[in-house]
Structures are given as structure tokens and as C-alpha cells.
Design a protein around this ligand. Structure first.
Ligand code: MN
Length: 227
């Protein structure tokens, strides 16, 4: 096939223990999947279920990167998240089959222009400029699902060495199987899809030269700095 210009290489994430990389198809994100975070955002998790939004696939940023400070925001927030990497696609996947579609897991940041998100919420506008901006999705290498058990894992984030976010994977309102099943009723999932599964409480603003370090027990630690 020939193109009018050279297409970019597909966005791709490293895989622990493999030389081959994971080619990213789409990035889905879950909103308000931890009750304590829903409450800190002024929402009642008993009354409103989690929901989905997206980021472009090329928003991923490699672990260890120095990220230019995003434009048009004075309230950039960190959201540390468990990321699910889909290896087998499908639509209308049942909860009992969902885990067989998971290739592996990583640690990611759902960077958020909170000021633009607040304006979008206020005006009933979409979240793209708040959530789907360039370099808004840092991610570690993916650990294959068979190599790790996350049931008892903690999720945490430090900024300049100080603990900012802390939670338990078991505290997710929708667990991984429920997320995959629910998402697959809205979109046909494909190999290469990444799902950022929501953030625990403690989100706050970060500024130039901040060093972020976050993890989920059993997975690689994510380390990025803001330029
Ligand atoms: Mn998030």
C-alpha cells in the first residue's frame, strides 16, 4: 500500500521479559471507579455508576520520560491508575470470560487539565481538551497477566517523595472483569486496547519540575518528571 505521506509508527508499550512491544490500538479510561475519589470530586458513588471516556492512542508516554508541561492549564492533576492491556478482542464479552481477554497490566497516569474539565462539566461540553491532550497517558512496561496477581495490591503515588494517593485495587467499584465486560457492550474491543481503570483518592495539582513516582504492587514502578 502506498500513502501520500509516510504514516507514523504505531504507538507501542514495552512488555516485561519480551523484546516485542505491545502495539496500542485505543485508550479507554474509567471515571470515578473508587468511591473515595468520587466523593472528593463531589459525587455520590452510591447514586452514579462509573463511566468511560477516551484518550488518543498516541497520548502514551514511556516510563522515565521528562514531560513538557501541558499548555492552557494552571491546574494539572495527577491520577495514578492500574492499566489493563487487552490481548484478545470481542464485543458483548461476559464477565466470566472477560479475564481471558486480558494480555497484561501496567501502571499509568491519567494526566488531567482539571481547570478545563471543570469548565467542560459546567458548560456540558466534552472532556477531550481536559483528558485527551498530547502526552496525557504515561505508562510503564506491561507485565503479562499470568506473571502477577493483583487481588491484594496497593496503588500509590508520590510527588517529590511525598505520598499523595493511596488505595487498594480491591476497592475498585468495577473490578477488571466487570470493566472489560461493560466496555465491550459499548465498543468492540481489539487487541492493543488499553484501559485506564480509574484513580483512588488524593488527586491534586502538580507543577513544573515535580517528580512523580507511582506503583501497583507486582508491577513496574512509573517514574516521570514534569519539565
Ligand atoms: Mn482517571
Amino acid at each position: 500500500m502506498s500513502f501520500v505521506f509516510q504514516p507514523p509508527a504505531p504507538p507501542a508499550v514495552a512488555v516485561v521479559g519480551r523484546t516485542e512491544r505491545f502495539p496500542v490500538h485505543r485508550i479507554y479510561c474509567v471515571g470515578r471507579n473508587y468511591a473515595a475519589h468520587a466523593r472528593e470530586m463531589g459525587k455520590d458513588p452510591e447514586r452514579e455508576a462509573p463511566f468511560f471516556f477516551t484518550k488518543p492512542a498516541d497520548a502514551i508516554v514511556e516510563n522515565g520520560a521528562r514531560i513538557p508541561f501541558p499548555s492552557r492549564t494552571s491546574d494539572l492533576h495527577h491520577e495514578i491508575e492500574l492499566v489493563v492491556a487487552i490481548g484478545t478482542g470481542g464485543a458483548n464479552i461476559g464477565i466470566s470470560q472477560a479475564m481471558s481477554h486480558v494480555f497484561g497490566y501496567a501502571v499509568g497516569l491519567d494526566l488531567t487539565r482539571r481547570d478545563l474539565q471543570a469548565e467542560a462539566k459546567d458548560k456540558g461540553r466534552p472532556w477531550d481538551t481536559a483528558k485527551g491532550f498530547d502526552r496525557s497517558a504515561p505508562i510503564t512496561a506491561i507485565t503479562p497477566a499470568g506473571d502477577v496477581k493483583l487481588d491484594d495490591s496497593r496503588i500509590w503515588l508520590k510527588v517529590n517523595g511525598a505520598l499523595r494517593q493511596q488505595g487498594a485495587i480491591a476497592d475498585m467499584i468495577w473490578n477488571v472483569a466487570e470493566i472489560v465486560a461493560e466496555l465491550s457492550t459499548l465498543f468492540e474491543l481489539a487487541p492493543g486496547d488499553l484501559i485506564y481503570t480509574g484513580t483512588p483518592a488524593g488527586v491534586a495539582a502538580i507543577k513544573s519540575n515535580d517528580a512523580l513516582e507511582g506503583g501497583v504492587d507486582g508491577l513496574e514502578t512509573l517514574k516521570v518528571t514534569l519539565a
